[in-house]
Design a protein around this ligand. Structure first.
Ligand code: BES
Ligand code: MN
Ligand code: ZN
Length: 476
């Protein structure tokens, strides 16, 4: 993992200078010939020039003087490109120096670099050979706030941990291991974690989670995280609920599409997003009371798997006719959302890789949101989406969509038909809420089929930076 520091003394580091205009060029760090080359190269904002000075690389980035979210994203992308150059030159450490630029750009370039530097090498024999050389980033600025850098570090670490969990295959990351990871990573930060085991889940009669788990040889888990700082700004907690399907085969309604199972280890992306966000909140000591709920199991066909036609008694007493066992996410999320009521929450946000329909609607550019929280809260999440560039788009949530879920023999059925699949999944969940609530369908964004900018191929950890940002803003 990339180490990020502030105003540290580094030996033999490469330097990245951020400037707004050519006159800001640090003339004492290069020759006049190099200076000529640099000023020719830096025509537009976010161009960068690289000078190989043999024992180090000198990089000059021209940033904009206007501080918009689009420009901040360009700075992250520039950071990712520069990282590629530095790793290519076998550089181990780099300092990002504020020659003349707003500190927000220093943070964004560092963030782009650190995010792009993520690698999942655990299963390679020659991992050491494959490992990027760059391991340390030092931010040099006399105006930046230490807390700002702490938050950057917290966000990047959380993002990297969430990616690890999503990249881990089912052969390692079972529901039990997911719970273990959460205990190991977040309790040292002061998060209280309780793991409900199979027996406890049975005692509580979480019928949705138990139904999905019926086909599994491994026990389900239900993990409860709580971050409750003494100086919390909220009296009632924010509850974050994350879908923890550690593998989704579809169950007896086995997934039909060619290759559609290949990345279904990522079906606990919502769990990773919420556990990661709470990790970041605790690591950066954000004064907001947050609870996390993670229902977890794999979804498999087997001798005792739940079957289409089954009627399930859910944790809150509603009955559900299962007509497709591949609509399992909503079954486990429903019980967790019902469980959230006991916290009398100010707000509940859930994140789930819930529907292929959301992927079809949005592609990898955004997640879908909908719910019953007020407009101000919805707008708050959208704003956090733009500033982190983990963008969200609000879908309609008309009550008519709820009627698609009427069952002939039970209170609800678990599928709404071929139309508006993302919305009917949300409407299903709404039946299990009675508090201000936002549902986030991260199926479009949780897994990336190709590396792009600072997002590597595979797990993206989408949601971690989004929810962390939302909660930081909530504290203000
Ligand atoms: N985990 C899937 C959704 C998914 C699809 C995530 C593609 C990421 C990429 C979910 O459990 C699922 O199978 N949903 C079904 C619901 C349907 C049966 C109503 C779907 O979207 O096809
Ligand atoms: Mn499914
Ligand atoms: Zn699923």
């Amino acid at each position: 993992m990339t180490r990020i520091g502030l105003n540290e003394k580094l030996e033999a580091a490469s330097s990245i200078y951020l400037i707004e205009k050519k006159e800001d060029l640090p003339t004492d760090v290069c020759t006049s010939k190099e200076l000529d080359y640099i000023s020719q190269t830096l025509k537009d904002d976010f161009n960068y020039a690289v000078v190989n000075q043999y024992d180090r690389q000198l990089v000059i980035v021209k940033v904009a003087n206007e501080n918009s979210y689009q420009n901040i994203e360009k700075a992250r992308k520039a950071g990712a490109k520069i990282l590629g150059v530095l790793n290519g030159a076998k550089v181990e450490s780099a300092e990002i120096i504020r020659a003349n630029a707003s500190d927000a750009y220093l943070v964004a370039v560092a963030e782009g670099m650190a995010l792009a530097n993520y690698q999942f090498l655990k299963y390679f024999k020659d991992a050491d050979k494959k490992r990027n050389t760059l391991n340390t980033i030092n931010i040099v600025s006399d105006s930046i706030d230490q807390q700002n850098v702490n938050e950057l570090i917290a966000g990047v670490e959380a993002n990297s941990w969430a990616k690890d969990m999503v990249n881990e295959p089912l052969s390692y990351l079972t529901a039990t291991e997911l719970a273990n990871q959460i205990v190991e990573k977040t309790t040292p930060l002061g998060v209280k974690v309780e793991v409900l085991d199979q027996l406890k889940i049975e005692t509580l009669k979480m019928g949705g989670l138990l139904a999905v788990n019926q086909g599994s040889l491994d026990p389900a888990t239900f993990t409860i995280m709580e971050w409750k700082p003494e100086n919390a700004r909220n009296t009632k907690p924010i509850v974050l609920v994350g879908k923890g399907i550690v593998y989704d085969t579809g169950g007896l309604s086995l997934k039909p599409t060619a290759n559609s199972m290949d990345f279904m280890k990522s079906d606990m992306g919502g769990a990773a997003a919420m556990a990661g966000a709470i990790y970041a909140v605790a690591k950066a000591n954000v004064p907001v009371h947050v609870v996390g709920l993670i229902p977890a199991t794999d979804n498999r066909p087997s001798g005792n798997a739940y079957a289409p036609g089954d009627v399930i008694n859910m944790y809150n007493g509603l009955t559900v006719e299962v007509l497709n066992t591949d609509a399992e996410g909503r079954m486990v999320m429903a019980d967790a959302l019902s469980y959230a009521k006991k916290y009398d929450p100010e707000l509940v946000i859930d994140a789930a890789t819930l529907t292929g329909a959301a992927v079809a609607a949005l592609g990898p550019e955004a997640s879908a949101i909908m719910g019953t929280a007020g407009e101000k809260t919805m707008e708050g999440l959208k704003t956090a989406g733009f500033s982190t560039y983990e963008r969200v788009v609000e879908f309609p949530f008309f009550e008519e969509y709820g009627e698609y879920l009427k069952s002939d023999i039970a209170d609800l059925k678990n599928i709404g038909g071929p139309l508006a699949g993302t919305i009917t999944a949300g409407k299903f969940l709404e039946n299990f809420t009675d508090y201000p609530w936002i549902h986030v369908d991260i199926a479009p964004t949780a897994w990336s089929k190709a590396a792009k900018d600072y997002t590597p191929k595979g797990a993206t950890a989408s949601g971690v930076r989004l929810f962390f940002e939302f909660i930081k803003n909530y504290a203000k």
